[in-house]
Design a protein around this ligand. Sequence first.
Ligand code: GLN
Length: 482
Amino acid sequence: MKGVASTAGAVREGQVDAAEPSRRAVARLHELHEGPLGEGGGEGLNAFLAALSNDDASTLDVPENDGCIRGVPVAVKDNMTTLDFPTTCGSKILEGYRPPYEATVVRRLKEEGAVIVGKTNLDEFAMGSSTENSAYGPVLNPVDHSRVTGGSSGGSAAAVAAGIVPAALGSDTGGSVRQPASFCGVVGLKPTYGRVSRYGLVAFASSLDQVGVFGGTVADAADLLQVIAGHDPRDSTSVDRPVPDFSGERDADAEGLVVGVPTEYFGDALGPGVRVRCREALDALEANGARIREVSLPNTTYALSAYYVIATAEASSNLARFDGVRYGLSDREGGDLGEMYERTRTVGFGQEVKRRILLGTFALTAGYHDQYYGRAQRARGLVAADFEAVFASGVDVIFTPTSPTVAFPLGERVQDPLQMYLADVFTVTANLAGLPAISVPVGVSDGLPVGGQLLAPRWGEATLFRAAYALESVLGSEVSDD
Ligand code: GLN
């Protein structure tokens, strides 16, 4: 499949009609979906909840402009608001909901000429690590249909891995872009907190949420991030600072790069195949001039617990707005206002979302607030300080596995939330500390993709891309951009 830059180049030079790449994407999307959108459980991938039809695509008119990605088909996770499609967040409570406004990231993509071909399936309200928590059925991993895609942005990861689109948007609160990228064998990046506008991203845990990008290659991810990054006055947490040119280091090699390897991420929890592929990746970087340095991030041990307290606390507050009055589903069959709230939320939310609302409400209860939320916030500070110390010691980037295992079988962890939460043990730290991080394919174990994660200091996306381009090139890129 062509990448972002070559698709845009072919359109710009008139080699293909601007609508043609999107027509092909839409045709492939429906071919792989096998059946009506929004109904899972079949043989198809179930990566999309809404999309352009082949008829829509046949009459598609891509407005004439000098946008830098004009004619490039892009998929968007269904927790970002769009005017052209419903936004469900993978939940029954928002079934068919049509937002009256568009997310800033979506607007920017369209302004630069991209075609949004559809909205991708996800764990309900982005809560999960396998996309099995979607109210519309799980997404199948394109590499092996008996395996999960990871989550929560499983539909976007699958859309890129299956060659439907060269790049897609996801959201990453605790790993939801990087972990599915690693399970599906594509590139996935979470930017520095504040780099990309959250306006129109339906909030899960506001202090952790960032919109991220998927690409078949590092360059594809960079090209999409370039378009969506930058200050937005509509998001008070978006930061007004210049966006560097992420394409500048495309020929970067590993020479002189100082790569920190935290011992805490290579402990017993790591699957053997993942360990081998990650060690090989480090050896390849070293053979090409990088300096590998063992480092320690001792407070990593508190990260997962802190994350699940903070994320659930913020979620319990954010999800209070889905009450049957303002959005989507409303069960008004008799009774008083309280009963309407109760019935709407009982029917509308799935099990995992309810679990998180209960946990989060408990963590914020008067009397327990400091014991849970307060302590989690202090642990968060310690995790961030660990990273600062390592970067201050002259380390350019940190390398870790993205997830302890490869994609697990569908159904394996649905009854065991703790096992499911463990899939995020290496990714939540970047969200707690606000750092940019990327997952890059580092090979295959038993036929399933393995991802390696690189992390950089806050606002260090340019360094992160330099290291990611180097890693991709020393390993030999599987997906070419030609
Ligand atoms: N899997 C993690 C969770 O369930 C992360 C989700 C995300 O990043 N949106 O909370």
